[in-house]
Design a protein around this ligand. Structure first.
Ligand code: FHN
Length: 592
């Protein structure tokens, strides 16, 4: 069912429903806690490694280049299983060096590592006795790299785990997914589980020492009861090992969000966001869209500020080399973490929601301010800071800063910051009970920043308008998730945003949205400060016809704010009938 859903999503390019992967999480499971969950909660930063036979192919088959998820090459090119398997004869990762990989992880500040033992292609990257399609039996390399890697990571205090695709197996007639070679009506999934999947999982859980995590993926073919039996039969082998939510049927120990997805607001559960470093999980020679250290550090802070872990993927090539930019940028991330790790490891989300200057994380009695953008006047506003602040200082250098309190606002005088720093952290020490995170707090808008983004998640809707997380991909399987206000079909379907403007100024009002041909050229209005401004929608993409969502920024008005205070912005269609657009954010830019 989930597989079908994902296929549909990839065909359509955009899924207008909630993310299918997230359906694997049973919310009632959040009350239950694995006794060994604490290390995971504190770890915050993991390294995912997608490495398999596909890494040797690098996204190219028969001289044709494929884009998106490189580990899906066999499926994308519909390569016959025997022809694909023959590729193993030239897979020889002679440059693989377990100590180098583990040292890189250590230097990057990684606390856990999860590597693909078997991906959907069916190839075991370890010495499996259950199948002949393994790195030991069918390649010139002939060795088991997983043994060495498990030892090298543990030696460095990094938790080690395996990714295992338990249902999809394009090499096997009874495995899920391969319908180009094998007749689906003849598939016996139970037999696949019995003869390959479960025995291989047992090998992994018995032959490689204590595993921090077993990271399942893309469940299928099992009822809840059968999944429970699978879980039980593996649990006894390693009771301390954590199982990812993609074991299916709500039976995991923590929640994984969709690929490359961060929830829009904090979540009080144990969870993980997983991201590719470039556009693909598996190595693709021509994929150079690597996230910079700045992007990784900010992503890490953003995920931590919502209470989760970030597991960032690298895709080593067929020789066993981790791509140059992954190595460099992970090391740079590690440098930042060496100095600022206190504000990430062992934290949870802070009680102050995202501000124009950045995000917050917390430990008992301490609030960490991650300053991603410095206010021009050097005065940092902490709204809703209903605690007794005793001290504010820079995390690096421990420079004590002065601050003032006005009601529940705290205003910190911040020093000139290193403009190059991706994230400058301040520590607020306080007494008293941290107030609850206020999801309904007005969004701060300040003239001290070049732009203020009011995200769709803050919308209060009337009538049929709805906030939804939309899933789509640009290439194949490089999933993106955007939270948008949708279903604004007529004048009653309004999205309202409560904001607090802290300085009088003229602000440009910009709508960020995706709009297809059908929705193009419709009239809408924005009400700000008691004045209504009209606009006509601009078409941005054809997301309903196998194309992804593309967002544009459409400036629609200037509003003159004479007094700081609370305001509301309301967006709505003027005519009935068609969806106005998918509204991702409203941006307010002070006019200079
Ligand atoms: O299909 C896989 C994909 O190749 C990759 O392994 C990701 C990682 O989360 N999981 C699946 C899709 O969700």
């Amino acid at each position: 069912m989930i597989l079908k859903r994902l296929m549909l999503v990839s065909l359509l390019g955009v899924a207008l429903a909630a993310n299918a992967q997230d359906e694997m999480w049973d919310k009632s499971a959040s009350g239950r806690q694995h006794p060994n969950i604490q290390w995971f909660k504190e770890a915050k930063f993991g390294m995912f490694i997608h490495w398999g036979l596909y890494s040797k192919l690098g996204g190219v088959w028969n001289n044709k280049r494929y884009y998106g998820s490189g580990e899906w090459l066999m499926n994308q090119a519909k390569v016959p299983a025997d022809i694909y398997a023959a590729e193993a004869a030239t897979f020889n990762p002679v440059n693989f060096n377990a100590d180098e990989w583990a040292s890189l992880a250590k230097e990057a500040g990684i606390r856990y590592m999860v590597i693909t033992a078997k991906h959907h292609e069916g190839f075991a990257m370890y010495d499996s006795k259950v199948s002949d399609f393994t790195i030991v039996k069918s390649t010139p390399y002939k060795k088991d790299p997983m043994k060495a890697l498990a030892d090298a990571t543990r030696k460095r205090g990094i938790q080690f785990g395996f990714y295992y695709s338990q249902f999809l197996d394009w090499h096997e007639p009874n495995g899920g997914g391969n319908r180009w070679d094998f007749d689906e009506s003849k598939k016996d999934y139970q037999r696949y589980y019995r003869e390959k999947s479960i025995p291989q999982l047992k090998e992994l859980l018995t032959g490689y020492g204590p595993l921090g995590i077993v990271w399942f993926d893309m469940p299928g073919g099992l009822t809840k009861q059968q999944t429970q039996q699978l879980v039980d039969s593996l649990r006894v082998l390693q009771p301390a090992s954590l199982f990812s939510s993609r074991v299916g049927q709500g039976l995991g120990d923590y929640r994984d969000f969709g690929d490359s997805e961060v929830p829009p607001a904090p979540i009080n559960e144990v969870w993980e966001s997983i991201y590719t470093h470039n556009d693909s999980w598996g190595y693709i020679e021509h994929d150079m869209n690597f996230k910079s250290p700045r992007e990784i550090i900010r992503l890490l802070a953003n995920v931590a500020s919502k209470g989760g872990n970030l597991m960032l993927n690298v895709g080593p090539d067929g020789k066993g080399n981790i791509p140059y930019y992954s190595v460099q940028y992970l090391k740079a991330t590690g440098k930042w973490l060496q100095q600022n790790g206190e504000s990430i490891y062992g934290t949870t989300y802070g009680f102050i929601p995202a501000q124009p200057w950045g995000v917050t994380t917390a430990k008992p009695g301490k609030l960490y301010l991650h300053i991603l953008d410095r206010p021009a006047d050097g005065k940092l506003l902490l709204p809703g800071c209903a605690v007794t602040v005793s001290k504010v200082y820079t995390l690096v250098g421990k420079r004590v800063l002065s601050f003032a309190k006005k009601g529940t606002d705290v205003i910190v005088n911040i020093p000139g910051m290193d403009a190059q720093s991706p994230n400058t952290v301040l520590v607020v020490e306080y007494q008293g009970k941290a107030p609850a995170y206020d999801t309904a707090a007005p969004v701060t808008v300040s003239a001290q920043f070049s732009v203020n983004t009011i995200e769709a998640v803050h919308a209060k809707m009337t009538d049929s308008a709805r906030v939804k997380s939309l899933t789509y991909s640009h290439y194949f399987g490089d999933w993106k998730h955007s939270v948008c206000v949708t279903n604004m079909m007529g004048p009653k379907d309004e999205a309202r945003f409560d904001i607090r403007i802290t300085e009088a100024a003229d602000y440009k009002v910009i709508l960020e949205y995706a709009c297809n041909a059908e929705s193009g050229r419709q009239e809408g209005s924005v009400l700000v400060n008691d004045k209504e401004y009209l606009f006509r929608t601009l078409r941005s993409s054809e997301f309903d016809k196998s194309n992804p969502l593309m967002f544009i920024q459409h400036a629609v008005a200037i509003t003159t704010i004479g007094q700081p205070g609370l305001y509301t912005i309301a967006v709505k269609p003027l005519q009935q009938g068609k969806e106005l657009f998918k509204l991702k954010s409203v941006r307010l830019e002070p006019i200079k």
